[in-house]
Design a protein around this ligand. Structure first.
Ligand code: UTP
Length: 238
């Protein structure tokens, strides 16, 4: 079973806390011990936001800001690698080929961003398609995909299940807001739609939820189920 786990920056590193990073690493290691070929994609978190705000004040353009964001995601990747130890490729993958090579070697691979104009949500979706993953899991700071931002709209309803096309339809209006509240970005949703990737969006603040979702499909978030089904076959054996 091959799995891509996207650990959002706000989940892995809202601020720098070695204990939190250790908790996520322990789950990734445990999944690897269970026989998962696993790739983790990590976001920038609070540190990225601080750098981007400071650089914006200094007059950096949007591409330069994205480059700073990418650098911070790669530093966070190194942080997770430090906690993972021996089974992880010691260098963050800089592109999909490097990540694919590491997985084929049997290493846990960790990567951050790759190019301006997107977020690590899209990196995770592209990597999942590239390595032909059985499952893509987004560990985010919200517990699924809602009809509106649950933090600001009391009437927001959580979707237990969506097709990839429905996911795109839900995300499109959210992406038009400034400071988008979308749980995954629009490019990621479109990549999931294109690949028909079986995906879960869940609250990853407790990393144990990622483990239950990957191993057994048990979670309280949102299942993105392609029209073809695409249930990972290993779930049936557990
Ligand atoms: P994140 O993936 O963490 O972005 O990348 P985010 O979704 O805005 O942050 P969280 O998860 O909610 O905290 C951080 C920043 O790095 C740049 C973008 O500027 C992004 O906002 N980035 C990341 C890229 O430009 N390209 C990438 O491939 C990845």
């Amino acid at each position: 079973m091959r799995v891509v786990v996207s650990i959002g920056g706000s989940v892995l590193a809202p601020e720098l806390d070695p204990g939190r990073v250790e908790g996520h690493a322990a789950v990734v290691e445990s999944l690897a011990r269970e026989g998962c070929e696993i790739a983790a994609v990590v976001g920038g978190g609070g540190v990225a936001r601080e750098y981007i705000t400071a650089a914006r004040d200094l007059g950096a353009n949007e591409v330069q800001l994205d480059q700073i964001g990418i650098d911070v995601t790669r530093i966070n990747a190194r942080l997770l690698i430090a906690a993972l130890g021996e089974r992880a490729d010691p260098t963050p993958a800089y592109d999909y080929d490097e990540a694919g090579d590491a997985i084929r070697r049997g290493d846990i691979t960790v990567m951050g961003g790759v190019m301006p104009g997107q977020t690590t949500d899209a990196v995770a979706a592209a990597l999942a398609e590239y390595v032909n993953a059985d499952l893509l899991v987004y560990a985010t700071s919200v517990d699924g995909v809602y009809s509106a931002d649950p933090r600001s709209d009391d009437g927001a309803e959580k979707f237990p299940e969506l097709t990839p096309t429905e996911l795109v339809e839900v995300i499109v209006p959210m992406s038009r807001d400034a400071g988008s509240s979308a749980p995954v970005d629009l490019l990621a949703a479109k990549l999931i739609e294109r690949s028909g990737m079986r995906t879960i969006v869940l609250d990853g603040t407790d990393p144990a939820r990622v483990e239950a979702a990957v191993l057994r499909g048990e979670h309280g978030g949102t299942d993105i189920v392609p029209e073809s089904g695409g249930e990972p076959s290993y779930w049936a054996q557990r």
